[in-house]
Design a protein around this ligand. Sequence first.
Ligand code: SF4
Length: 705
Amino acid sequence: MQDLPATEVRTTCPYCGVGCGVLARVAADGNVTVRGDTDHPANFGRLCSKGSALGETTSLEGRLLVPEIGGRETSWDEALDLVARRFSETIEKHGPDSVAFYISGQLLTEDYYVANKLMKGFIGSANIDTNSRLCMASSVAGHRRAFGEDIVPGTYEDLDQADLVVLTGSNTAWCHPILYQRLLAAREARGTKIVVIDPRRTATAEECDLHLAVDPGTDVLLFNGLLAHLDIAGVIDRNFVDSSTTGFAEALSVASAEASSPGAVAAGCGLAEADVRLLYELFAATSRTVTVYSQGVNQSAHGTDKVNAIINCHLATGRIGQPGMGPFSVTGQPNAMGGREVGGLANQLAAHMNFDRPEDVERVERFWSAPAMARQAGLKAVDMFRAAGDGRAKALWVMGTNPAVSMPDSARVRTALKSCEFVVVSDVTRTDTTRYADVLLPAAAWGEKGGTVTNSERRMSRQRPFLPVPGNARADWRIICDVAQRMGFGDAFTYDGPLEIFREHARLSAFENHGDRLFDIGALAEIADAEYEHFPPRHWPQASGEPCAERLLVDGRFPTPDGRARFVAVRQEGVALPVDAKRPIALNSGRLRDQWHTMTRTGRVPRLMANVPAPTLEIAPLDAHRRGLRDGDLAHISSRYGFARARVTVSDNQKPGTAFLPMHWSGHFAANAGAGSLATPLSDPFSGQPELKNVPVRIEREAIA
Ligand code: SF4
């Protein structure tokens, strides 16, 4: 890696899961400018609109700089004493499951690690979940069912080397822009075919070779039909299936019975038969095929089945673990993957261990010398806020996320936050959620703190500070350790910085691991200070004495008890809530190119606000006409959970019977505009991920424009 001038710091973008390298420079007047890091293997110097505006998000306007109790500014000592006392008293009186942490894919791996250690090893509950539950939990569950461990086999290089890329439920052009640019460059170089499967004609679909505008909730049928076609076409890799997998016959039998022909699939998915046949023929004929899937697959009441329907097709053709091929889940957040590595979800343990294996629980317990090891999975996000609302969770700590508007059925979540006995929020700025905090703790922001993040292709990178921590703000890991020490767990939480936490995390990944887990970064367990400081981006695993493993599953062996991957027989289940006469439109939601989550950062940058300055409902011309709606009208959108208002854009990018609302706006920026207020909390039974992509709504013209 090239040496940088002393004025420039190498760090990582804090937005999406592409994980681009950023070089940040602070001018003498305090202004921050950024450019892409040409040495970073995720982006090679490119940045998207959000990344290139990062320098404009570092002002202190609106920052939380001092702890507050009940709105009154106070000292750290008083705030931390109160948090520790209230959590300890609650646990003593009502048991460890009466408290909960709701954390964020914005946290660094080291923050995530100590939060999990505190809750799962020392408090004695697994009631810690992350907003990544809303992002990729279905992929995690699907990977575990198929591979035995939460493994993303692919790398970005596979997209460079593929001849066919199938983007399923992924508006890559807007949500992972640099990855998309990389894909377009590969197409230019080698003629890669791009297929997009998405109910909307997105910016990604505009550029593709084939767009399949599936009806919401029909992905399993489409991929079951593909599995049946691959068998008929004679392209099943019998050697791979026989030597490296189990369950093929049953999965094929279920798929063939359900998806009897491309015509039947087309009718069931709302597609033209010719388009279905073209996809199937392309997939059958192209061995270097990558299937990328993202929130359109994950955010579903049957997201895990969708993931497994996709993986089944790759296992059947042996297209996994080899260059230019494989199923590839791309994550939404900058450190969703890092969170998974340290057990950030309520049903996981650190280092890819799990509660369903007693030997894993005991292994983590031994490593931590944990006095109160949790022995079973805790509350997932939706259930956690239900528990906060009905009094089961009496003390809740929200770290770096804004559930008051981002959770589905957000009105109920706000009621829960209001009624919960004790709410702590640690964050960088005031949000819709901070107004419910009994105690508010100011956290250090991007540019002020250091640690590691892991991107969608398992590549760990450093975030490095280049600004002083303002006011009395503190890094998240330190706030968590400060509370842990006051709760009486001092010895286990006396880290002197993120490096010491990282080393412990790496040691745990290798602890008593006799090769039965792929996640192993034991080679980094004794990483020197200077090496951590200069840490070049690298893939995991990196076992002790081994180089980084760029590619996983090369030898066709999987981390299951018998070393084989598992086909999962999946059936089409449809959507959680179908449209009806009262609510006849299926509302989809998602990201815009220039915005991030609930806009607490990007909403401060005028040039990012300029393109789409207000929430906009995209609706098909026929549906708009029936409601007397025209461009610019104000629409009133209601579901069985709440309502929102947005300006109308009539667009034939929408299929009749569907509409789209961006996820970003909230009460903080525009009253009653949030997609979360409309969304259903109905969730996938395996992953607990809610169905954010399909909400039956009624759309009417708002009387007062
Ligand atoms: Fe940041 Fe993602 Fe844009 Fe890269 S693609 S600059 S990680 S937002």
